[in-house]
Design a protein around this ligand. Structure first.
Ligand code: ATP
Ligand code: MG
Ligand code: MG
Length: 565
């Protein structure tokens, strides 16, 4: 895996290990968790949290739990559970530890969560409030001014308990009553002003069905879920910093009540990953899918992990980016090119080389015998001779790139133009003799003649000094394939910042489909196989649409960063 860079969380854990702060019989001293809500597909931001939490567990001999925080029945579905599990595995992480699968569901704790809320009511630490939502909001107050106690705050324990039981029994409508922790309506921290802990929701839950019509609030459930699972370091993003006092409040009161043993889990916050040129809000991603702006959640332009996987991004590159961008407590933007750089770094040593002509133009070698086919070869990988050579024929008619010919060359242009010599990579040196045009004046074929003693790898080749070196494929042998040239989905580095409408900054050129001519050997590419198409970039055989014998390729990333240039 990617080399580990230290960060403040690692320092905290190392100190805790030194002090034995989380020493408990039969348990690792580091237990982290990744707690997604199964209400959508994971995206690159989640990958940051996955790499962090699973990485800490891996490096400190601990374990990381995958826990579905499924306390919001309306928005959650099994489909999302399945894709999230897949994505975690794809990223290279496992929640198995000591031969046990540490896969958990908050919904499995509903009985315990209910009992703990009941306990808090019994001890007078929580009460049932019967204000409506508007009254509650108004009485909560604003920053810098205290809120007002609910008129129901001092109702008796017996009355609150009875109401809570009847809430559970289904006697009330959504919103009629709510259970709140009794803390301090004047607290400068808004999250401590009697936060809600249980609410009524008549909704079908994807796992518990219609068993419940009361559900715990996130801020109440989360610390309890952590404590039930013996989590030691509960890592979340910065916006939860102000929630930490309530996290501790819940656990301290429940530990006092004998529900949990100390040491209790501790929450730590880090800044979320913000990558330029993407949006990660679930609502906005859903909009892109539902309005058919992209072709589904796994569209290769999407920042979802299923999309990035299909695009050809590798788990190693994503891990490297997550490691390299560090873990801090200050929000900032990471340029998308950092991820692309990691991708090139990962793909370059792995990807076999191949030739692809993406925007074809016919090149005819007039003095090449009609039926002749001469074998050319080049390394599968320039730095790995042990991976052998690839072989492909050169013939009289070839495909070259349109922009490798200019009838009237611009300054500094060294490729084909009448009178100029170039090398056909791994083949012969040719001299351009002219071109044919259609009625509209478009170049439809280029002509040249070749020097039979100039073949690459032969002695004679040294006598030819040319500046241009272009790629080609034999027209007779080429594999015709659909190639999708993907680019960034947005033209603006901050597509949804400051109230901007992200749909106004879509990149109209984010997907271009071309019919390309590929080197013979590509015929057998299997879905998911990745190549470097020389001079172009990295391309992957599409996982969904590609079949051996009829490949479809996605451009993963270009060879160089040319964005905006
Ligand atoms: P929602 O949009 O519904 O609030 P979410 O984006 O917070 O969802 P969750 O499923 O609740 O998604 O997130 C699971 C975990 O992933 C959380 O611990 C969250 O902190 C983390 N996470 C989400 N986005 C990022 C991000 N951009 N950078 C780092 N961690 C993230
Ligand atoms: Mg969330
Ligand atoms: Mg969110």
């Amino acid at each position: 895996h990617a080399p580990v860079i230290s960060n403040f969380l690692r320092t905290i854990i190392e100190n805790d290990l030194k002090d034995g702060a989380h020493l408990r019989p039969g348990l690792p001293q580091v237990i982290t968790r990744f707690p997604p809500e199964p209400n959508g597909y994971l995206h690159i931001g989640h990958a940051k949290s996955i790499c962090l939490n699973f990485g800490l567990a891996r490096d400190y001999d601990g374990r990381c739990h995958l826990r579905f925080d499924d306390t919001n029945p309306e928005k959650e579905e099994q489909e999302y559970v399945d894709t999230i599990i897949d994505s975690v595995h794809w990223l290279g992480f496992s929640y198995e530890h000591d031969a046990k699968q540490h896969l958990y569901f908050a919904s499995d704790y509903f009985d315990q969560l209910y009992a703990m809320a009941e306990h808090l009511i019994e001890l007078g630490h929580a009460y049932v409030d019967s204000q409506n939502a508007e009254e509650m909001a108004a009485n909560r107050g604003n920053f810098g001014e205290p809120g007002k106690n609910s008129p129901y705050r001092d109702r008796t324990v017996a009355e609150s308990l009875d109401l809570f039981h009847r809430m559970k029994a289904g006697e009330f409508q959504n919103g009629e009553h709510i259970v709140r922790a009794k803390i301090d309506m004047a607290s400068p921290n808004m999250n401590m002003r009697d936060p809600a802990i249980y609410r009524i929701r008549h909704a079908h839950h994807h796992r518990t069905g219609d068993k419940w019509c009361v559900y715990p609030m996130y801020d109440f459930a989360h610390p309890i879920e952590d404590a039930i699972e013996n989590v030691t370091h509960s890592v979340c993003t910065l916006e939860f910093q102000d929630h930490r006092p309530f996290y501790d409040w819940v656990l301290e009161h429940l530990a006092d009540g004998g529900f949990f043993q100390r040491p209790l889990p501790k929450q730590y916050e880090f800044s979320r990953l913000n990558l330029t040129y993407i949006v990660t809000s679930k609502r906005k991603l859903r909009q892109l899918v539902e309005e058919n702006i992209v072709d589904g959640w796994d569209d290769p332009r999407m920042p979802t992990l299923v999309g990035m996987r299909r695009r050809g991004y590798t788990p190693e590159a994503i891990q490297l980016m997550c490691e390299r961008t560090g873990v801090t407590k200050s929000d900032g933007w990471i340029d998308y090119s950092v991820l692309e750089g990691c991708l090139r770094e990962d793909l370059d040593p792995k990807a076999p080389r191949a030739t692809a002509v993406l925007r074809p133009l016919k090149l005819v070698i007039d003095n090449f015998p009609d039926e002749l086919s001469v074998e050319c070869s080049s390394p599968v990988h320039p730095h790995h001779p042990e991976r052998g050579n690839r072989h492909f024929p050169i013939t009289k008619e070839l495909w070259i790139e349109q922009d490798d010919f200019m009838e009237t060359p611009s300054k500094g242009y060294f490729r084909l133009f009448p009178g100029n010599k170039v090398r056909l990579r791994y083949g012969y040196v040719v001299e351009c003799t002219g071109c044919n045009k259609d009625a509209a004046g478009n170049v439809i074929a280029v002509h040249c003649s070749y020097f039979p003693d100039s073949k690459s790898g032969t002695e004679g080749s040294a006598n030819y000094k040319v500046k241009g070196n272009i790629h080609w494929v034999s027209a007779h042998h080429a594999v015709v394939a659909e190639v999708r040239l993907y680019d960034r989905l947005f033209t603006d580095p901050h597509p949804d910042a400051g109230g901007k409408d992200f749909l106004q900054v879509l990149n109209p050129n984010a997907k271009e489909v071309v019919t390309a001519y590929l080197e013979q050997g590509i015929h057998a590419a299997q879905p998911g196989d990745c190549f470097q198409f020389e001079r172009h970039g990295y391309f992957v055989a599409d996982r969904v649409d590609s079949v051996a014998g009829k490949p479809v390729f996605n451009r993963v990333v270009t060879l160089k960063d040319s964005w905006g240039k």
